[in-house]
Every structure is written in structure tokens, then in C-alpha cells.
Design a protein around this ligand. Structure first.
Ligand code: PAP
Length: 322
């Protein structure tokens, strides 16, 4: 593919160029990985994909999915989850990440772990993911909160000169980045198209695609944990219910718990290419409705209007953030 021929735009916050491919925008490294995995990755029918657009609840979904999936089977002595790897590792490091870990199929799969995670939109998933009928769980978040989270996250990226984006005085401004996000020119954007792709898939294939809303998971995490367990074919047994396993998973994966772990307070990981990010950047506030502290009235109106137009006829309503 000739890179010079594909549209590109400068992502102001992350100080990198985004390339448009199959209707969505990616940094170059991710685009190259995407093309490679589209050609090479072979999904198995037993795979379970955890998906979300950037900043829509990916870290949390991975933690929940991992804790639910690995109970009983992986950590047999882990009755109280006290030896769960989530206590020592960021959830991004316990669930393999399709577009980061599988370029050229270099990563061998853990045969005991059917989970994989991806930010990719439904229409760009490798063909085998769709044809194998493997399960997909999607986390959607209200776009105003997603944008606010997105903005803050990219301020925390550490550039190769070891400066934070913010300190490096990248030419970003909140207003300009907002405009780009609204135009769909954000990492993994257009956000609304990403959401709608998975929403439609969940309507067409309800047993295969589960569509969750961040706000609803936040509102009743216990209900969502039981729903997730059922969807992946591992409902909680009466014994587990008696032992309060679902409740313990909720607590383990709560924002309060994860954000206070040493690994998530002090760790650091590579983000995209040479860019680094502190683990703590994945845990900012973990609440719904923070947009009210950041968006001017006019911005709120603009984004709500876009949501209204984009969602028209889809029957999708974003989770409430009031
Ligand atoms: P990613 O796409 O870079 O992996 P992602 O996890 O999707 O990021 O989004 C991070 C958001 O999820 C942050 O939201 P905020 O900026 O509005 O605070 C983060 O705080 C929130 N988050 C992370 N872990 C949890 C959790 N356990 N419970 C609730 N929210 C969480």
C-alpha cells in the first residue's frame, strides 16, 4: 500500500500522524500491524475478543473479562482472588492485544486463555474473527466522556525526548482536538462509527456479540459481571454465588482497587512506537459525567447533535451521564 496516497492528519495531542484506512484513523505503527494481522491472524471459534474504542473502558473490560474467565480454571488455589495476576500487572499485560502483540503472528497464544483484546473497529477485524463465530464483547462509552478521557490521556504520553506531551508544548489545544474528534479524526475514530459497527453486529448476532455501556456497568457492576460470565459460557455456580465470587470480582476490578495498586501507580509501558505511558494514565477518575467539568455549553451541544445525527435510526442510546 502506498502511504503517500492515503489521507493523513496530525493528531495534535499525541504528536503523531494518523492515517485513514478502511474508514478509520490510525498511527502508522498500528496501521502496519492492522494490515499484517488482517493477512495473518487466524482466530479460533473459542476465542473471546474484548473490544472498545480508545478511552471507552478498555482497561476495565480487560480486567473484568480476565478475572471472570480465569477464575476456577487458572488459579485453583485462588479462592479469594488474592493471587490474581491483576494484583501485579496492568490488565493490558494480562490479556494479549491483537494489534500490538500479534503482528506477523509473533506471539504464541496461551492455550489456556481464550481472551484477546482489540481497539479495532468491527469492519476491520481479521476475516477469521468474523467467520469463526468467536465471541466479542464491546464496551461503549458516552462520547463526551470518551473525548475528555482521550484528551487527558494524550497529555500523559511521554515523548521520545522524555517530556510529557503537555510539557513539550505540543501544538494541541483542547478546542482544536475537540474539533478533530467531532470530525472523526481521532485515534481509532470516527468514534461514532466504531460504536455503531459493534452495535449493529450485536443486533445481528446477539449470541456472538455482547454490547455493554460503561455507564451501565458502572451503575450496576455486579449485574454486568454475571451477564459477562453467562455470555462467555461460564455462569457463576450456586457455590460461587454463596462464596460471593461475583462480588469479589467487582471489588478486585473496581477503579478504587486497581488504581491504588503499586503496579498501576508506579508502572510504565510502551504505548505506540517509541511513546511511553505511565500505568497511572489508564486510571484518571473512572466516573461518568466528567465532561461537565471540561466542555463548554456549545461543545456539549455540538457533540450531542453529532450523536443524535449519527445514531438516528439505530435504536442505540448512549448511557446516561447525568
Ligand atoms: P485505553 O483505551 O487507553 O485502554 P480505557 O481503559 O479505554 O483506555 O479508558 C480509560 C478510562 O477508563 C479512564 O476514564 P477517565 O479518563 O474518564 O477517568 C479510566 O479512569 C477508566 N477506568 C480505568 N479503569 C477503570 C475501572 N476499573 N473502573 C472504571 N473506570 C475505569
Amino acid at each position: 500500500m502506498l502511504l503517500t496516497k492515503i489521507p493523513r492528519v496530525k493528531c495534535l495531542s499525541c504528536s503523531t500522524e494518523l492515517y485513514q484506512y478502511q474508514g478509520f484513523w490510525y498511527p502508522l505503527d498500528i496501521l502496519e500491524s492492522l494490515i499484517s494481522i488482517q493477512e495473518n491472524f487466524k482466530a479460533k471459534p473459542t476465542d473471546i475478543f474484548l473490544c472498545a474504542s480508545p478511552k471507552a473502558g478498555f482497561t476495565w473490560l480487560k480486567a473484568l473479562g480476565f478475572a471472570i474467565e480465569t477464575r476456577r480454571t487458572r488459579f485453583d488455589n485462588d479462592d479469594d482472588l488474592s493471587t490474581n495476576p491483576l494484583l501485579k500487572k496492568l490488565s493490558h499485560d494480562v490479556v494479549p492485544w491483537l494489534e500490538l502483540d500479534f503482528t506477523n503472528n509473533i506471539k504464541s497464544r496461551d492455550p489456556k486463555l481464550p481472551l484477546l483484546a482489540t481497539h479495532l473497529p468491527y469492519t476491520s477485524l481479521p476475516e477469521s474473527v468474523i467467520s469463526s463465530g468467536c465471541k466479542i464483547i464491546y464496551m461503549c462509552r458516552e462520547p463526551k466522556d470518551t473525548f475528555v478521557s482521550y484528551w487527558h490521556f494524550f497529555q500523559r504520553i511521554i515523548l521520545p525526548n522524555n517530556k510529557y506531551s503537555k510539557e513539550a508544548q505540543v501544538s494541541a489545544s483542547f478546542e482544536k482536538e475537540f474539533e478533530l474528534f467531532c470530525e472523526g479524526k481521532s485515534v481509532g475514530g470516527p468514534y461514532w462509527d466504531h460504536v455503531l459497527g459493534l452495535w449493529r453486529a450485536s443486533i445481528e448476532k446477539p449470541g456472538t456479540v455482547l454490547f455493554l455501556k460503561y455507564e451501565e456497568v458502572k451503575g450496576n457492576t455486579l449485574f454486568s459481571v454475571r451477564k459477562l460470565a453467562e455470555f462467555i459460557g461460564k455462569p457463576f455456580s450456586d457455590k460461587e454465588e454463596m462464596e460471593r465470587v461475583p462480588q469479589r470480582i467487582v471489588e478486585l476490578c473496581s477503579f478504587e482497587n486497581l488504581s491504588n495498586l503499586k503496579v498501576n501507580k508506579e508502572g510504565k509501558r510502551l504505548s505506540v512506537g517509541p511513546l511511553e505511558i505511565d500505568h497511572s494514565a489508564f486510571f484518571r477518575k473512572g466516573m461518568s459525567g466528567d465532561w461537565k467539568n471540561h466542555l463548554a455549553d456549545e461543545m456539549k451541544e455540538t457533540m450531542d447533535q453529532i450523536s443524535k445525527e449519527k445514531l438516528l435510526g439505530s435504536n442505540l442510546v448512549f448511557g446516561s451521564t447525568t
